[in-house]
Design a protein around this ligand. Structure first.
Ligand code: DAH
Length: 332
């Protein structure tokens, strides 16, 4: 004899099958009932009907009790009486955190944030920036061209935005441009075919190299702390003269030497210089009257140093274990 005790979905189904389904015990009783003489039918009929109603009632109330306890979402049963896990909180991407920090740092000292297109012409990326045609300096930045069109390319640096700004605004100009840049380079722990840059510039009358140094010192001390060591090294960029590269002491090894600083204890964080007069006249700004400084940096490099990250690929591969580490870092 099947059990009449219902405690879960399985026993509910067994109850239905044995007692109230078409082939169940109660249906069989009704079959037998048909054969009875009329007199007996009158006696047994009401009892049989109330048995059927009682069984159906028991089934329905047991089914809704079980349903209330188990909510089936994916076919698996869930016990809703268990305590909840609480809401999961997302995190900002480390590059977003660093970008926000750098943007607000420069906005506080009067720089305006400007955006520019990722696909640009040769003029904005190279020619206006004083890269002569066929000049070897163009090889410094291996370029992706759009459908072999030499005049449509993925910008290799956000310095291209400087030209767009100078063409449309007149001095004094104090701007920063931020965004993704692209270079035809093999992907490794130290280089990538796309990354992020921030370029800044200040154009006015009587701008000096000391103004540039003051701005860069302010940037480094605010972002990395007062104790950070910093050095300017003479360098070359077609669009600045004189040009410099700025290094800070390596924060991954505290100057002891590691793969990130190539065992030198110093890491380059940006390029900078006084804007070449040719660049200003290319944008119809009179170099006799105005001059300026400019600087450009890779956001990934800054983030690597701030958070001791030693592989560039981590920024674009979206491993949750990596990204979850930034939950507690506020993005401003
Ligand atoms: N555009 C340079 C690069 O991608 C970086 C740079 C150097 C930007 C000097 C500047 C600058 O604005 O003044 O390597």
């Amino acid at each position: 004899m099947a059990s009449t005790i219902i405690k879960d979905k399985e026993t509910l189904e067994s109850f239905r099958r044995h007692f109230i389904s078409k082939k169940g015990a109660i249906s069989l009783l009704f079959e037998a009932f048909k054969e009875l003489p009329t007199g007996e039918k009158k006696v047994i009929g009401p009892t049989l009907n109330s048995l059927k109603q009682a069984a159906e009632k028991k089934f329905k109330s047991a089914a809704s009790a079980i349903e209330a306890k188990h909510v089936s979402v994916t076919g698996q049963s869930v016990d809703v009486t268990l305590p909840s896990f609480g809401p999961t909180i997302g995190s900002l991407h480390p590059l977003t955190i660093v970008q926000n920090k750098i943007i607000s740092l420069f906005q506080r000292i009067g720089f305006n944030l400007v955006e520019g297109p990722e696909i640009v012409g040769d003029w904005h990326n190279f020619t206006a920036l004083n890269f002569p045609d066929n000049h070897p300096a163009r090889d410094m930045q291996d370029t992706f061209f759009v459908q072999r069109n030499p005049d449509q390319l993925l910008r290799t640096h956000t310095t291209s935005v400087q030209i767009a700004i100078c063409e449309t605004q007149s001095p004094p100009i104090r701007s920063i441009a931020l965004g993704r840049v692209f270079r035809n380079e093999a992907v490794s722990a130290r280089s990538h075919c796309f990354f992020h840059q921030l370029d800044g510039m200040y154009i006015n009358t009587d701008v000096t190299f000391s103004d540039l140094k003051g701005t860069i010192y302010h940037f480094v001390e605010t972002l990395f702390g007062q104790a950070t060591k910093l050095r300017f090294r003479a360098s070359y960029f077609p669009f600045t003269e004189p040009s410099a590269e700025v290094d800070i002491n390596c924060r991954l090894c505290q100057g002891k030497g590691c793969t990130v600083c190539k065992h030198s204890g110093w890491v380059e964080i940006l390029g900078a210089g006084m804007i070449d007069p040719n660049v200003l006249s290319n944008c119809h700004i009179d170099p006799e009257k105005y001059n300026g400084f400019a600087f450009g940096m890779g956001i990934e490099r800054i983030a690597m140093l701030l958070y001791q990250i030693d592989d560039l690929r981590l920024f674009s591969e979206n491993h949750l274990d990596f990204l979850r580490q930034f939950k507690s870092v506020l993005g401003h």
